[in-house]
Ligand binder design. Structure first.
Ligand code: NAD
Length: 235
């Protein structure tokens, strides 16, 4: 059982494991079953330069999978925690799906981007909602500036989004809870080490993560089964 006091500032970091029970494969799962490509071959600036259609084929496939998935009890529990804690809860996800939002979460920081948004690869036009590309386009769409429209995703070798806000929330948190993330992808893998001096650090996932030594408690099991009963909130 995890006790949360009203005065706590809670930082939640979610990873692919939180969406696994919704039917979205985890990182290793994707690499394992998608047309024998390594993830770096379809999710990197180099891949985009080499074969834009292949990259869009990969993301169109992921859009189809994510659009058919439904939020699970772990997503709903975090949405309900947000209603309780409001600005004292910071949800940062490495996931690019929209299952937190579809469960009712209103403020989610997507540090690795959003699957249903696209942007120009050249100009500073803001990312835009794009629910059209469920099949790879025959012609890669172009921006008015002449650039190519790409997925709004932080690829391997690119800098994640909203890091200033994330590091500020890490500095302020008193409880850090990571859910379903293997602790292998930086910079998120180092967040627990950064806060362990001033916050309680708790992990929930199927197995111990690579960075387990930075967590005070590890709860092993499925997020959708354990998270709904994990908290006691002191009123
Ligand atoms: P990861 O695949 O490296 O690790 C997933 C972790 O979740 C593993 O430790 C696994 O044991 C655990 N897990 C599996 N099923 C679980 C369950 N039911 N409950 C709790 N834990 C469970 O994923 P990661 O650490 O998030 O990093 C991989 C990268 O892949 C991220 O950058 C992310 O952007 C990307 N990714 C995102 C999605 C998505 O948006 N849903 C899916 C796949 C990959």
């Amino acid at each position: 059982m995890l006790t949360i006091a009203r005065a706590d500032r809670v930082f939640i970091l979610t990873g692919a494991g939180v969406s696994a029970e919704s039917g979205i494969p985890t990182f290793r799962g994707v690499g394992g079953w998608w047309r024998d490509h390594r993830i770096e071959d379809v999710a990197s600036p180099h891949a985009w330069q080499r074969d834009r259609r292949l990259v869009w084929e990969f993301y169109a496939m992921r859009r189809r999978v994510a659009s058919e998935a439904k939020p699970n009890p772990a997503h709903f529990t975090l949405a309900s925690l947000e209603r309780d804690f409001e600005e004292r809860l910071f949800v940062c996800t490495q996931n690019v799906d929209d299952l937190h939002e579809r469960a009712g979460s209103r403020k989610v920081v997507h540090m690795h981007g959003e699957l249903f948004k696209s942007r120009c690869d050249t100009c500073s036009r803001p990312p835009f909602e794009d629910t059209n590309l469920y099949e790879a386009p025959a012609e890669i769409p172009r921006c008015e500036c002449g650039g190519w429209i790409r997925p709004h995703i932080c690829w391997f070798g690119e800098v994640p989004f909203e890091l200033d806000g994330i590091y500020s929330a890490l500095d302020q948190c008193t409880l850090f809870l990571a859910i379903g993330t293997s602790g292998a992808v930086e910079p998120a893998a180092s967040f627990a080490a950064q806060v362990v001096g001033h916050a309680r650090t708790v992990y929930l996932g199927l197995e111990k993560p690579s960075n387990a030594s930075n967590f005070r408690d590890c709860h092993l099991g499925k997020a959708g089964e354990i998270l709904p009963g994990l908290f006691t909130i002191l009123r």
